[in-house]
Design a protein around this ligand. Structure first.
Ligand code: GLU
Length: 433
């Protein structure tokens, strides 16, 4: 804590324990201290390289113009082009996007991808827009970002509230605004595109798939068998629903799910495929007929082996952490646990599989997609899955080795393994000029 406060004084920022960006910086400071990194390095990483805010008008279906605010935060590019998703969410703000951009730098470094970290957002509830409005907003946001994105500079991808269709509009807008002779290169301007437009096999399920590989690797060492565990899920969007389907294939039992429409429970187990169909129709898990409706507090209190937060940040916090009745939290979302909640969980012996290890499957397959685009190739699903598994196992091994060497928990170890790589590269490159 003392170290992070020093950084805050230096940067003339005021510490706020509930601010997610400040929370992420605490982890960076803690890991940097353990690694004995020079203070200058911490300062470099404490602030993003570029924070871009744009305001742009969009023509709405009723004929009016509405003004929107968008962000792209480019945190660090010492390891390669900036990389990270774009989210559409009504609560998006700059500090939130900054926190998520730092986490992207950590993920790409931990997984040894040739990328830095970035994140973007538009402050909008995408559910409140028609498809046409969503398209016009996406095209106008892409135009507003201009030269700030590009296949060799900063490569967006889907995140909360965005999907392959939105990536298709970004790609189309970008390639139309740039050199027609470089249209092929332009395909790499973002990842997570539809298969027909240069997307990769396995990208849609990649975050869920990556998590499954982490669980297969780590659960046995924690005394659990993936085929026999009971688990609950926060969120049933892309990551949650793929996790549900892939866990079902392995025989794990899904007993409770919470999302923005409600919470459901069944001690016999919830059928992930049926729930998937229901959510596609109704927009959420609330009202699912083959399970019992429960309250949010009952969801957090449900007894399970593994709780998997797969939605937004800070879902496990002061308010609900004391209710938890699980042995392991496997963080499929970005920063789903607040540091205060984490302290309590550690005291209670709840083990944490940290986010930057668990949820990097998405960006890893994004890297495969970008590679395929650069080589004008398409890889088959078996190959993508096998390459992803290799990368996940290497990241697990790196995290465990770091934990043993530095005698710390997996969370701190995952940050240390990432920071060590960044620090070494800074040392080799030196600071320009
Ligand atoms: N939005 C995803 C993440 O947070 C994917 C990023 C990417 O593929 O670049 O990891």
């Amino acid at each position: 804590m003392s170290d992070v406060l020093k950084i805050f004084r230096e940067l003339e920022m005021t510490w706020d324990r509930d601010n997610i960006y400040h929370q992420v910086l605490t982890y960076i400071a803690q890991a940097s201290e353990l690694l004995g990194l020079p203070a200058g390095m911490e300062l470099i990483l404490a602030q993003p390289k570029n924070e871009i805010t744009v305001h742009f008008p969009v023509l709405m279906d009723n004929g009016d113009y509405q003004l929107f605010r968008g962000y792209r935060v480019q945190h660090n590019n010492v390891l390669g082009p900036f990389k990270g998703g774009i989210r559409y969410h009504q609560d998006a703000d700059l500090d939130h996007v900054k926190a998520l951009a730092v986490l992207m730098t950590m993920k790409t470094a931990l997984y040894w991808l040739p990328y830095g970290g970035a994140k973007g957002a538009v402050k909008v509830n995408p559910r409140s827009l028609s498809q046409n409005e969503l398209m016009r907003l996406t095209r106008r946001f892409t135009a507003a970002l201009g030269q700030n994105i590009g296949p060799f500079y900063d490569v967006p991808a889907p995140d909360v509230g965005t999907n392959a269709q939105i990536m298709a509009w970004i790609t189309d807008t970008y390639t139309n605004l740039h050199d027609p002779a470089r249209r092929l290169d332009g395909m790499g301007v973002c990842t997570g595109k539809p298969l027909l437009l240069g997307g990769s096999q396995g990208r849609e399920k990649a975050t869920g798939q990556g998590l499954i590989y982490v669980l297969e690797q780590m659960l046995p060492e924690m005394g659990f068998d993936i085929g026999k565990v009971s688990y609950s899920l926060i969120g049933y969007g892309n990551v949650g629903s793929w996790t549900g389907k892939l866990m079902a294939e392995r025989g794990a039992k899904l007993t409770a799910v919470l999302d923005h429409t409600g919470a459901i429970y069944s001690d016999k187990g919830i059928d992930a495929l049926e729930l998937d169909k229901y959510v596609a129709q109704k927009g959420g898990v609330g009202g699912f007929p083959n399970a019992e409706a429960i309250t949010e507090d009952q969801f957090y209190s449900a007894k399970v082996d593994v709780l998997i937060p797969a939605a937004l940040e800070q879902m496990i916090n002061d308010r609900n952490v004391k209710l938890l009745n699980c042995k392991i939290v496997a963080e499929a979302a970005n920063a789903p646990t607040t540091p205060q909640a984490e302290r309590y969980m550690v005291e209670q012996g709840i083990q944490i599989l940290p986010a930057i290890l668990c949820n990097s499957g998405g960006v890893t397959v994004s890297y495969f997609e970008w590679n395929q685009n650069r080589q004008a190739e398409t890889w088959d699903l078996e190959y993508v899955d096998a390459q992803l598994k290799k990368m996940v196992l290497a990241a697990c091994a790196r995290t465990k080795e770091t934990a043993r060497r530095l005698k710390c928990d997996l969370r701190v170890a995952s940050y240390c393994a990432a920071l060590e790589r960044i620090a070494k590269v800074y040392l080799i490159r030196g600071i320009f000029p």
